[in-house]
Every structure is written in C-alpha cells, then in structure tokens.
Design a protein around this ligand. Structure first.
Ligand code: ZN
Length: 197
C-alpha cells in the first residue's frame, strides 16, 4: 500500500471518521508544508511521552497531580465521579463545573466483562478522604452500565456519613453517554442533580 492509502486506512479507524472523512483528512495533510507535517508527526510520535495517570483523581496528565487537582481556584467542596476521561473532558469543554473530579477508569458492565475492582474502590475512597468534599456527584452515563456503576458506587460510599451524595438529573438522552451530550443538556442535568438517599 502506498503511504496515502495507508494513512487513509489508518484514519478510517478513528472514531467518527468514515472513508470519505479519512480521505479528506489526508488531502488536507497533502496541502500542508513539510514543517507542519513534521510538527504533526512529532506530536503524534511523542503524544504518550511523560503521560501518566494523576495519582489523586485518575485523570490523564503530563504533570502529577493534574492541572485540575492542583488548581487552587477549583471548588474542593464538590467531587464529581465520572466513568472515563471522555466524560471529564465533556464537562470541562462545557465549562459548567468548577469542582474536582474522580475518574473511575472503569464501569460496571457485565457485557464488557468490566467491573469496579477493590483497587478502584480504595482509590476513590482515599481521594474522598483526602479532599473531604461536602458533596460527591455520581455522574455516570444515562445507560444500563451507568446505572449499574452508580449502584456499585453507592455501595462503596455507603459508609460515608457526612458526605451528600447526588446524581445527575434525567434529561440526558437515555442510552446515550455523557461524552456526546450537548452543553445545555449537560448543564441542566448537573444543575438539577438530586440527592440519593
Ligand atoms: Zn488530578
């Protein structure tokens, strides 16, 4: 395969890119000068250099603790538990939340053979103990795995007496995921969050 076809077929594997978009992306690259191509190539080649998991919240980061955990202007009274980095990124991109996060990095999904392990539970509990927030928001996805994950989390957090535990309100499209929710929907579901008793 020539480099152009090879790159097209590599781009086709990107989430959300079909054959047509993959070809367009490659033609876009063909129009760039050598320096820009080198810059992009280096960016990709070194993307994972020094990339680590934040030892406090589980976010992906080049500095530990991550910029969110080490930001003195974030509201440390609220801790939002999300399933994955994509959910965190969706909240951050929407600019609707200024508290801290905890990235589970997993979810309860019998179909995918995934679950919240004892290690995950310990990591979450130690984070909560360290931050000592007044509220923990369970921002799991509005689908079956999200519900299962929330139940597991409730079980893990049941010993915490002084922390208010809330969940996102409905309004998020059922069966969808936080990652793809639009800003307004995400904002509403966060603002209308309710306590879980
Ligand atoms: Zn962090």
């Amino acid at each position: 395969m020539d480099p152009i076809s090879e790159l097209v077929s590599a781009f086709k594997n990107f989430p959300g890119l079909g054959s047509k978009s993959a070809r367009r992306a490659v033609f876009y690259l063909l129009k760039q000068d050598e320096d820009e191509l080198k810059r992009l190539g280096t960016l990709i080649a070194t993307l994972k250099n020094n990339l680590k998991t934040c030892s406090e919240c589980g976010n992906l980061t080049y500095d530990d603790p991550c910029p969110i955990c080490s930001d003195p202007f974030r509201d440390r009274r609220v801790l939002c538990v999300v399933e994955d980095i994509e959910s965190l990124t969706a909240f951050e991109a929407a600019r609707i939340y200024n508290g801290l996060y905890h990235v589970l990095g997993t979810r309860a999904s019998p179909l995918e053979g995934k679950d919240i392990t004892n290690e995950d539970a310990k990591f979450l509990l130690s984070h909560i103990k360290k931050v000592n927030p007044a509220e923990v928001i369970l921002a799991t996805s509005p689908n079956i795995e999200g519900d299962l994950t929330r139940y597991s989390l409730l079980d893990i957090l049941k010993g915490l007496k002084k922390v208010k535990i809330t969940r996102l309100a409905y309004g998020l499209p059922l069966g969808g995921s936080i990652e793809f929710a639009d800003k307004l929907t995400l904002h509403t579901s966060l603002e209308a969050r309710r306590p879980i008793s």
